[in-house]
Design a protein around this ligand. Sequence first.
Ligand code: DAH
Length: 373
Amino acid sequence: MSMTMTYLHTFYVVRDDPTNNVPDNIFSKLGVHLHRRDQHPLGILKNAIYEYFDTHYSNKFNKFDDLCPIVSVKQNFDDVLVPEDHVSRSYNDTYYIDPQTVLRCHTSAHQAELLRTEYTHFLVTGDVYRRDSIDSTHYPVFHQMEGFRVFVPEEWEASGMDATLFAATDLKQCLEGLARHLFGAVEMRWVDTYFPFTNPSFELEIYFKEKWLEVLGCGVTEQEILKRNGKPNNVAWAFGLGLERLAMVLFDIPDIRLFWSNDERFTSQFSKGQLGVKFKPFSKYPPCYKDMSFWINESFTENNLCEVVRGIAGDLVEEVQLIDNFTNKKGMTSHCYRIAYRSMERSLTDEEINDLQWKVREQVQSKLNVVLR
Ligand code: DAH
């Protein structure tokens, strides 16, 4: 059975499940596989990272780029030790197909199964899904690459370092080399952080256009993950990076929606399949702003609002921004949101925007139960 068939099959089975919070506009992104197009910025970047690993590790890393994004809650969360009460498990943050099945929110969802199947060096690239706010750098579907490397005792014993320090040192060297491969001579820094699946955990930042930019998360894999998956005497490192984030910087792409564009003025610019091309924006069409104020209720969340707006306006919505927020004497809270509508491809007419805004107002009331002011 083809991948697409499998997806559709799963979907039809669960379509009426009341816990399913995956709208059609998100579901239609499954199987698009932007990261598998060699002449798309995401595919070009994936290939450039592959090239780094192939040359530095003589093809030792196994590559996966078509693992199904529909995974179990166990794979997405439990297997990588995400705590029961972690926000990422909520229906507000993650797309659930049913109570046990999600659209993966990170490629880390595949660590455990690949370890169990005896892979020790692997790269997993794929589309990941998150309910989120709307602006030029956030889109509910984006792409990540996960890297994973397992060491055997002889490797760290020979170094005289303890296993964790050995893995952390190797990890940092590997990723600094990757950043230089992609960005050339850049200034970098390591920041300590927290992930449930690694300890210690780090973020790599690079200095780019006068700003420190977080490019990836990584760390030494929790021993518990190795133990549960048949590797109790090993040590490992892992990293996860967001392809859009890096590609926006490398190719000068100003808006994350462009990755999904079929407009030839976008796609044709990457026909050489090479890193280093700077995107030349075609004319920017004017944005149109619409404000909307309402009294919120306890269950209101910005992510839910953004889902409603995107369900109606799709990629014509550029940003949803909270511009006013106050609570009156009775304890009622009012929010005012500004919605920016803009097409990447054409001018929008007043009529079209008014029509969208009218539908948004209607659905915000009926689906979110808020009271418009
Ligand atoms: N899964 C993390 C995320 O989505 C990224 C990540 C961080 C992956 C650290 C890793 C890791 O494998 O070790 O934000």
